[in-house]
Design a protein around this ligand. Structure first.
Ligand code: XCC
Length: 659
């Protein structure tokens, strides 16, 4: 690959590398098409940023106060090993990570707040929504020790208020959702470590407070705050969003779908739904089916309305309604570049600013609906759950009305379609394997060697989607079952790995298991907040085994980390005792061992004083039984993950024999 970063021991691709290595033919076609049209995308802007700042890449750039920016050096000039305030490299690197995690927690936090508020207002009878999955509320009520004899709506409102309280509490108390779902062994460990959080909002404030000028200068204490914020992130922003959404709109069940760019229809109104928070989208799809909107489409000469999704709102609609999703975050400019999208309806997050520029080239209507995500020049119709019906109708009218302005001669839709089975909620996974006891037996017997969740974003730092696909393909080839969410799942869906036919690519044991049950070896679990489903699966299996999670053959892989939200995902799994593979070195100086000068001992290496890297690779293992592996090359990463799974299987066999 073209750009070499010796400081990271890694390389980054140029655009030709991306075109050569990206697995989806449709992506390649769109990159070339937009190049011919002279339209710039993130893939071009990334090239214009090369070479990227090596201080920033290593987390050594501090711009937290107005004295900075300070660029710290880990080698060479010793005078630059501290910032102006005296902060050393450990404080700067750890503080930057903590601020990133806090920002990601804020993003999922606002998402959680909106959907939980919608749940509470619905329970109070103030919206046009219904709570369709009553079982979620009843289960929550039991876990929260509520009086289940109360009327259902009161129970739902009370459960919703606890979720909201876990998100925003200020006074000292432990989070109820954490106590309700986390294994007791973990709760004890976290309590002993002093990392039980109060609430997501409180920990975000404390993370920012500790990292202001003259704040906390003990990097180990910042590391503790990192773990504490990650627990709040997990048991409030993820659990709160995922559970409230399941209660309102249902627990997904498996179904067969067709997706990828080829589902767009030249003769139809094509509407793209983008973002993270599904309540308005749920209402819009209801309105799209109404006679009024269908007639409107017909009157403008369209043969129908084709809905498509992207990012996490897209994945929510895919999981519940089978509405095809097209691509992850880096595909948004490419999808609009087909010229076939008449309108994009966005709610919140992962809507890159460059996408409006591409939309303007084709006259695509952009409708924003969240006060947190405004785009200059877009039509803004703010969502309000109390007026959801009328707002959804207005948005649908506007979106369909855009069809008559499309330049039909200019469209370019790559004719690529892929089949998949989606909708693997926790309940669906357990059903598919005949319950948790059976699934544990399959793991124990080695028919399934381990479970790895391959998740997260895309980044321009690796060839787009290549790492997701290679890692998942290698893992199933070696008998490891894969669960997936977020943009990673989009890459794996488009690559055909979530289709039952992909069982052919799996090792014998896993192949048999999948073929017997008619399921794929890569299970599309949902949106990023639905990592809770994999977390709950790991908790259930550990409970069945009577062992801590960290003794079982599980791993979390984020092959193409991009958004700040992905920091929280990784640290969440770490805290639970699940080791983490990150597919591009995080903003932490990479330990590149150098033989110590003057020493004649061959093993005497200088690791460059990277205490934070050592902590995530080693120190944290003593505390939580998990560690971070960093490996940008996907084939090597897959080997490393297999080694980890093997080691865990040996540990498990040992633990079982002494149990
Ligand atoms: Fe990341 Fe979540 Fe966004 Fe995709 S959509 S870029 S956060 S994987 Ni959720």
């Amino acid at each position: 690959m073209k750009y070499r970063y010796s400081i990271l021991n890694a390389e980054m691709p140029d655009k030709e590398d991306v075109k050569r290595m990206t697995p989806n033919k449709a992506t390649r076609e769109m990159l070339e098409h937009l190049e011919r049209e002279g339209i710039e995308t993130a893939f071009d802007r990334y090239i214009s940023q090369q070479p990227q700042c090596s201080f920033g890449l290593s987390g050594l750039c501090c711009r937290r106060c107005l004295w900075g920016p300070c660029r710290l050096s880990i080698k060479g000039d010793k005078r630059k090993s501290r910032g102006i305030c005296g902060a050393d490299t450990n404080v700067v690197v750890m503080g930057n990570l903590l601020r990133g995690l806090a920002a990601g927690c804020a993003a999922h936090g606002q998402h959680a707040k909106e959907v939980i508020e919608t749940l509470i207002l619905t329970a109070e009878g103030k919206t046009g929504f219904e709570i369709v999955e009553k079982g979620v509320i009843l289960d929550l009520a039991k876990r929260f020790h509520l009086d289940t004899g109360k009327p259902f709506d009161q129970l739902a409102a009370a459960a919703g208020k606890i979720l909201l309280d876990d998100l925003s509490r200020v006074d000292e108390a432990e989070m109820k959702t954490l106590l309700a779902y986390a294994p007791q062994e973990r709760i004890n460990t976290w309590r002993e470590m002093g990392i039980l959080p109060r609430s997501a909002f409180y920990e975000i404030v404390e993370a920012l407070h500790k990292t202001t000028l003259g704040g906390d200068s003990d990097w180990k204490d910042l590391a503790k705050q990192e773990l504490r914020t990650a627990l709040a992130y997990c048991f409030s922003t993820l659990f709160g969003s995922s559970l409230a959404t399941e209660a309102l709109f249902g627990i997904p069940r498996p179904r067969t779908v067709e997706l990828n760019y080829g589902i767009l229809e030249n003769s139809c109104v094509n509407i793209l739904i983008h973002g993270h928070n599904p309540p308005l989208a749920e209402k819009i799809i209801e309105k799209i089916e109404s006679p009024e909107i269908q007639r409107l489409a017909e009157d403008s000469g369209a043969q129908g309305i084709q809905l498509a999704g992207m990012c996490c709102t897209g994945l929510e609609l895919l999981a519940r309604h089978g509405i095809p999703s097209l691509g992850g975050i880096l595909a948004q400019e490419l999808i609009i570049g087909t010229g076939a999208i008449d309108a994009v309806i966005v709610d919140m997050q992962c809507v890159v600013p460059g996408f409006k520029t591409v939309a303007d080239c084709w006259g695509t209507e952009i409708i924003t609906t969240s006060q947190s995500n405004r785009i200059p020049g877009a039509t803004h119709i703010p969502f309000d759950p109390i007026k959801a019906d009328e707002i959804a109708l207005e948005v649908a009218r506007r979106a369909v009305g855009a069809y008559s302005r499309r330049h039909h001669s200019k469209t370019n839709i790559p004719a690529v379609k892929t089949k998949a089975i989606i909708g693997f909620s926790l309940e669906a996974i357990l059903d598919a394997f005949g319950g948790r006891k059976n699934l544990l037996e399959l793991l124990e017997s080695g028919k399934i060697k381990g479970i790895v969740t391959v998740v997260g974003c895309n980044t321009t730092k690796v060839p787009y989607e290549n790492s997701h696909v290679i890692i998942a393909r290698e893992l199933i080839k070696h008998g490891i079952l894969v669960t997936t969410t977020g943009c990673s799942s989009q890459a794996l869906l488009n690559a055909g790995l979530c289709s039952p036919a992909a069982a052919e690519l799996a090792a014998e044991g896993l192949r048999e298991v999948c073929q017997e049950r008619g399921i794929p070896p890569v299970l599309a679990v949902g949106a990023c907040v639905d990592n809770t489903r994999t977390i709950r699966l790991f908790i259930e299996l550990a409970e069945e085994a009577g062992l801590p999670i960290n003794k079982l053959p599980f791993l979390f892989s984020g092959p193409e980390p991009g958004n700040e939200k992905s920091i929280g995902q990784g640290v969440t799994f770490l805290a639970l005792g699940v080791s983490v593979h990150q597919g591009f070195p995080g903003p932490i100086p990479v330990p590149i061992p150098i033989a110590r000068e003057g020493s004649d001992c061959l093993d005497d290496y200088d690791r460059g004083g990277n205490d934070v890297a050592d902590f995530f690779a080693e120190g944290i293992h003593d505390l939580l039984g998990s560690r971070v592996y960093s490996e940008p090359y996907p084939n090597l990463a897959a080997k490393l993950i297999q080694m980890h799974i093997r080691r865990k299987r040996l540990e498990w066999a040992r633990a079982a024999s002494t149990h």
